[in-house]
Ligand binder design. Structure first.
Ligand SMILES: Nc1ncnc2c1ncn2[C@@H]1O[C@H](COP(=O)(O)OP(=O)(O)OP(=O)(O)O)[C@@H](O)[C@H]1O
Ligand SMILES: [Mg+2]
Length: 258
């Protein structure tokens, strides 16, 4: 049975999508069958993996609004071990569409749980907000990776995110389901700047057992790869960013060994 992991932080621009794409590619490199679900209307993960909006017929929006079976929204990528459910800009209006449903927080859970049989890892790229989409993502997920940018304001967002996880965790208990913190991932570390290291130490103090040993440095390869519709592993295999995401994938696989 696979593991479903939400990549979430309500703060924008912290590296959620960069982590989803490149961790997905790195897990696929380790021959782990991986599915990315793009839940952000910006569709950055979709486009970053080389799938143009014009090619997308069925998206995560259609799944959430009950227009298609989730299996029919899965697309293949250039890597045989990596699939994606793309996003659509229609997601911007999804809350309005599902708000009145009695199971509005559990739609994705009801549709997505069966995919666990077909994948080793399912990664959910979440939008930078704390609305109904994130509730749906956290109800489906077993755990959460919280990417935290090594800057001053990161700290506040992290504590808010942990509170959100605790809240959903309580609600899930009633359904006999659990939600844990998979790990906190420090991102965009500027190796020339001592300040970033100080923030990383503060984060480690807050969640010592949950902070990954792997830290993602600031790297131009990570910024550039999505413009070519590629993961950093495909775009610049020997770059620092590529090596760091491969190291992260190995750390996650190791943590999940029985
Ligand atoms: N390690 C890194 N080094 C350099 N640039 C990075 C790194 N990680 C992410 N970026 C860049 O920072 C910007 C934001 O990253 P990304 O889109 O992954 O964040 P996000 O949390 O998904 O943002 P949003 O909240 O808007 O969805 C992008 O331009 C991306 O290329
Ligand atoms: Mg994003």
């Amino acid at each position: 049975m696979g593991k479903i992991i939400a990549i979430a932080n309500q703060k924008g621009g912290v590296g959620k999508t960069t982590t989803t794409i490149n961790l997905g590619a790195a897990l696929a490199k380790e021959k782990k069958k991986t599915l990315i679900i793009d839940l952000d209307e910006q569709a950055n993960a979709t486009i970053g993996l080389g799938i143009g909006r014009e090619f997308v017929k069925n998206s995560s929006f259609d799944v959430l609004t009950d227009k298609v079976d989730i299996v029919d929204s899965i697309y293949s990528t250039t890597n045989e071990y990596l699939n994606i459910i793309p996003s659509s800009n229609l997601l911007a209006n999804v809350e309005e569409k599902i708000r009145d449903k009695s199971d509005k927080e559990q739609i994705l859970l009801k549709k997505g749980l069966k995919l666990k049989e077909s994948y080793d890892y399912i990664l959910l790229d979440c939008p930078p907000s704390l609305g109904l989409i994130i509730d749906n993502a956290l109800f489906l997920s077993d755990s959460v990776i919280i990417p935290v940018e090594c800057d001053y304001f990161a700290y506040d967002a992290l504590t808010q995110m942990v509170q959100k996880i605790n809240q959903i965790q309580k609600e899930k208990k009633e359904f006999g389901l659990s939600l844990t913190i998979e790990g906190v991932l420090l991102t965009k570390l500027d190796n020339r700047n001592l300040f970033g290291y100080r923030i990383s130490e503060k984060v480690k103090e807050l969640l010592p057992s949950k902070t990954y040993n792997t830290i993602i440095s600031r790297s131009s390869h990570l910024q550039e790869a999505p413009m070519h519709g590629k993961s950093v592993l495909e775009f610049a295999y020997n770059s620092r960013g590529s090596k760091e995401y491969i190291k992260l994938a190995k750390e996650i696989i190791e943590n999940n060994k029985e």
